[in-house]
Design a protein around this ligand. Structure first.
Ligand SMILES: [Fe+2]
Ligand SMILES: [Fe+2]
Length: 286
C-alpha cells in the first residue's frame, strides 16, 4: 500500500489487474482502502470475462467509498471462454450495466468531483480506444504499420477479439468516443482541475520505452495529444503498457498504475498490487 496521509481520505488508482491469473486474483482479494473514505480508480484490463470483471469490481466496490472504472481492451474482447458473446458497443454497454448494478461509476456517468485532500478535482473516467496513429517510425499509414507489425510478429490480440460493431473499424469507434468525450470535458467549469483516467496514455511519450515500438499502434491516439493542457489535468492516470512509472509532460503528471502479469511483477523489487496515490499528492511530488 502507499504511504498513509494521516487519516485523510485518498484518491487511489490501479489498473491491469488481469485476474485470470490466480496470483493476481489474490492481489485483488488483499486490496483494502486505508480510510473509510478512499476512492479507487480502476483504469482497465480487469479481466476477459464478464463474470470475472463483475467479481473484481464487486469485491472492490464493497470496500472503497467509490470505485470508478474505465474499460481496457481486455474487457472489450469477445473472448471464446466468455459465455457472454456480445460484441463491440453492445458488450461495452453490457459492462456499463454491470457497473451500474454494483454502484461503480463508468465513462457514461456524470464526472464525480473529489472533494477530499488535494481537491476539488473532477475525476473523469474515459473510454477512447486507439486509432493506429502512434505509427512505427518510417510508416505513414495504418496499413503500413500493420504490415510492419505482422512482419515482426508483434500484433495485439485485439486484431482478433476486439470487435468494433456496429462501427466499421476500431479507429471509427475511437473517433466517435474522442468527439463525444471532448464535448463533455469542454462542458466542465473552466476553473475546475481534472484527473483523467484512461486505459491508454493521452500522449504518446510513455510508449517511447516499449520494447517493441510497433505495439504503440494499439496504445492510444494523437487526437488527445493536447488534452493534458486543455483540460487542466492534475494527473493523467493510465495503464495498458505494464510499465508502472511516473512521467511529466508540460508540468502534468502521467501515472502508469498497472499491476501487469505475474511474470512481469515478479521481476520487480516492490510488492505487487500497490495502490498508487493520486490525491493528495505524495510528499515531494511536483
Ligand atoms: Fe493489461
Ligand atoms: Fe490493455
Amino acid at each position: 500500500m502507499t504511504s498513509r496521509a494521516g487519516d485523510a481520505a485518498q484518491l487511489l488508482a490501479i489498473s491491469d489487474l488481469h485476474i485470470g491469473y490466480p496470483e493476481n486474483r489474490a492481489l485483488v482479494e488483499a486490496m483494502r482502502p486505508e480510510t473509510d473514505d478512499d476512492w479507487l480508480l480502476v483504469a482497465g484490463d480487469v479481466a476477459e470475462t464478464v463474470e470475472a470483471i463483475r467479481w473484481a469490481l464487486e469485491t472492490l466496490a464493497g470496500r472503497f467509498r467509490k470505485v470508478i472504472w474505465a474499460p481496457g481492451n481486455h474487457e472489450l474482447w469477445t473472448h471464446p471462454s466468455d459465455p457472454v458473446t456480445l460484441r463491440g458497443v453492445a458488450r461495452y454497454e453490457h459492462l456499463v450495466e454491470v457497473c451500474r448494478d454494483l454502484g461503480v461509476l463508468t465513462p457514461e456517468d456524470p464526472y464525480p468531483v473529489w472533494e477530499g485532500p488535494g481537491g476539488p478535482v473532477a475525476v473523469a473516467p474515459l473510454f477512447l480506444l486507439y486509432d493506429y496513429s502512434f505509427l512505427p517510425s518510417g510508416c505513414t499509414t495504418k496499413d503500413q504499420g500493420l504490415e510492419y507489425a505482422y512482419g515482426t510478429g508483434v500484433v495485439c490480440t485485439d486484431e482478433h477479439l476486439l470487435h468494433p460493431d456496429p462501427y466499421p473499424s476500431r479507429e471509427a469507434w475511437c473517433r466517435a468516443r474522442v468527439a463525444e468525450t471532448e464535448r463533455r470535458l469542454e462542458a466542465l467549469p473552466d476553473d475546475l482541475p481534472t484527473v483523467l483516467v484512461n486505459h491508454y496514455p493521452l500522449d504518446r511519450h510513455p510508449t517511447d520505452v516499449l520494447w517493441h515500438p510497433e505495439f504503440a499502434m494499439w496504445c492510444g491516439t494523437t487526437l488527445t495529444a493536447d488534452w493534458h493542457r486543455r483540460f487542466r489535468v492534475e494527473t493523467m492516470v493510465y495503464g495498458h503498457l505494464h510499465i508502472p512509472r511516473t512521467t511529466w509532460l508540460d508540468g502534468v503528471r502521467f501515472e502508469e498504475v498497472s499491476v501487469g502479469y505475474p511474470r512481469e511483477w515478479r521481476k520487480r523489487p516492490e510488492p505487487p498490487g500497490r495502490l498508487r496515490r493520486i490525491a493528495p499528492r505524495e510528499v515531494g511530488a511536483r
